[in-house]
Design a protein. Structure first.
Length: 284
């Protein structure tokens, strides 16, 4: 008969095997992409305008800056709305059937396929609000997709702050808002920023929504306003990998993939650095 110690060892081995397999698979994918894409990356590739007819003579500056503009728009629209909604649900709203339904709905929205958000953005922002296929419509669409992630991560960060922090503040005569602003938010900021940046990173890697609301494969200028169309790295990568007729298109697609991976990595690394700095300044 198998003892409990043997059962525990088997289960631990299976968990370890699954973890190492996941890490090895991730490293294999990254190594494969980098081995194929790094040779085409150069200063010209990163800073020159894209040449649709001769992909070897141009770069990806329009797609790179378009992704940066898109990220700024998503942060501007989604971060304040998501954080304020989470504060209300966690700190102000009473625990009732209505608020539980709202919280469940928010979590379900985080799992809705991105193409559905693209359809919503096309119907609402592009057609109904008459934004047209533009950077503004794309930013709003991705913001709607990111808000559930921000709300969920912010609620979890607020829950992690010990309730004794609130009780001590109330005991000294502080109002609820003073307690939230001075005792809760400073200790939850690191978790809020980390979850929010991860949500934004996920949105910037999406292709389906932006195809429907403003992204284009080729334009010979940078966006001059929020109502202009734009190029973005995910869509650029998709077209090169599947639609472009040039024999070197897939090789250059790998180069775009490397840039996109590094872009998301730097974004996440920045959030982790900010989180570390904020935690190091805490005085418990």
């Amino acid at each position: 008969m198998v003892t409990k110690q043997v059962q525990q060892s088997i289960i631990f081995f299976l968990f370890s095997l699954a973890s190492w397999f996941s890490v090895a698979l991730l490293l294999f994918i990254v190594a494969f992409v980098f081995s194929k894409g790094v040779p085409v990356i150069s200063w010209t590739f990163l800073t020159s305008f894209w040449s649709h007819l001769d992909i070897t003579s141009g770069g990806i500056i329009q797609a790179l800056l378009g992704t940066v503009y898109l990220g700024i728009g998503v942060i501007v629209f989604s971060l304040p709305i998501g954080v304020l909604t989470a504060i209300y649900l966690q700190e102000y709203a009473k625990d009732s059937l209505f608020t539980r339904i709202i919280s469940l709905t928010v979590r379900n929205l985080a799992g809705v396929p991105s193409i559905v958000y693209g359809m919503f953005g096309l119907a609402f922002f592009v057609l109904l609000l008459n934004f047209g296929t533009s950077l503004l419509a794309a930013s709003c669409t991705l913001s709607i997709m990111t808000i559930p992630w921000i709300i969920t991560s912010t609620q979890e960060a607020l829950k992690a702050v010990p309730f004794s922090f609130r009780e001590g503040s109330y005991a000294l005569g502080a109002t609820k808002w003073q307690t939230i602003r001075r005792n809760v938010l400073p200790h939850a900021t690191s978790g809020i920023l980390t979850g929010s940046i991860i949500g934004v990173s996920r949105a910037l890697g999406e292709t389906a929504p932006i195809i429907m609301v403003g992204a284009t494969f080729f334009m010979d200028y940078l966006p001059h306003s929020v109502f202009d169309k734009f190029m973005a790295l995910p869509y650029h990568l998709f077209i090169l990998a599947t639609q472009h007729a040039d024999p070197l298109a897939q090789t250059y697609a790998m180069g775009v993939a490397v840039v996109l991976i590094l872009f998301i990595f730097v974004l996440n690394l920045g959030s982790f650095y900010v989180r570390y700095r904020i935690r190091s300044m805490k005085k418990w």
